[in-house]
Design a protein around this ligand. Structure first.
Ligand SMILES: N[C@H](CCC[C@H](N)C(=O)O)C(=O)O
Length: 276
């Protein structure tokens, strides 16, 4: 099977993007893992498929696979690259799209400056919707990890997120605590783990240990989750600049059932053909 692909990234969170509108694509988890492998494959954090919509109200369907081969519900940086891809590949001339995802529809808009704004939909705050085992919804939860108590925010952007606040982002225990929380039994579907340093009510630094990948240069849904968690804790404004290792995103959320909006860049790096 020969497959055309484009290598893209959103602030260094990198993707293999495949047109599954004009190509018949059937990849199993082993093949996804192989393509994501940075030594034996192309290398990426996630693989994204652009498919025809099955919902008449949507323009396309967007499927997301982590480097570990697992299909997941949502990817924010990938959504911006999705918009750039369908334009560059001539799949649409529209500058505003509705795209189906496992987490429900999202809306994409290509801005005049080339950045992309995504309506990520509302955060899901009820423990059962995350999913996270807790007796009731709360702005913060106590989580025991190997005998030590941590205070976390927990919510879903369609995909699950835990958010810890740290004093010094450069010294955050991302590599050691990240995987332990990713696999914590109270998160039955595992979880993405954000480490947030609050610099001001409208500015944070963030690092994310992503479910199914490890630490990435940026995480769009992680930036949304951190902004929501910080606002629920009364520490962040409705509009926050999120500085990730790969660059900045602007996140806006007016509260409760309102959508979370994310604006940032999307870059195509190269095109190629896979032999599978
Ligand atoms: N690792 C995530 C999927 C990709 C999210 C991230 N790359 C983004 O930009 O939102 C998960 O397992 O839910």
């Amino acid at each position: 099977m020969n497959l055309r692909f484009t290598k893209m990234h959103g602030l260094g969170n990198d993707f293999v993007v495949i047109d599954a509108v004009n190509q018949r694509v059937a990849l199993n988890p082993d093949q996804v893992r192989h393509l994501a492998d940075r030594h034996r494959g192309i290398g990426c954090d996630q693989l994204l498929l652009v498919e025809p919509a099955t919902d008449p109200a949507a323009d396309f369907r967007y499927r997301i696979y982590n480097a570990d081969g697992g299909e997941v519900e949502q990817c924010g940086n990938g959504a911006r690259c999705f918009m750039r891809f369908v334009h560059d590949q001539g799949l649409t001339a529209k500058r505003a799209l509705t795209v189906q995802t496992l987490a429900g529809p999202i809306a994409l808009r290509l801005e005049d400056d080339g950045q992309v704004t995504v309506d990520m939909g509302p955060p899901r705050l009820e423990p059962a919707a995350i999913p996270f085992q807790a007796p009731a919804r709360a702005p913060v939860y106590s989580l025991e990890v190997e005998g030590q108590e941590y205070t976390i925010g927990a919510l879903s952007m369609g995909n699950p997120h835990a958010v810890l606040t740290v004093e010094d982002i450069d010294r955050a225990p991302v590599a050691t605590l990240g995987p332990r929380i990713e696999h914590h039994p109270r998160f039955p579907n595992r979880v993405n783990v954000g480490f947030m340093q609050i610099d001001a009510p409208d500015h944070i630094h963030l690092r994310v240990f992503e479910r199914g990948v490890g630490e990435t240069r940026a995480c769009g849904t992680g930036a949304c989750a951190a902004a929501v968690a910080g606002r629920l804790q009364g520490r962040l404004d409705a509009r926050v600049r999120v500085s990730l290792p790969g660059g900045d995103l602007v996140i806006s959320w007016s509260g409760e059932d309102a959508s979370v909006f994310m604006t940032g860049p999307a870059v195509s790096v190269f095109e190629g053909t896979l032999q599978l």
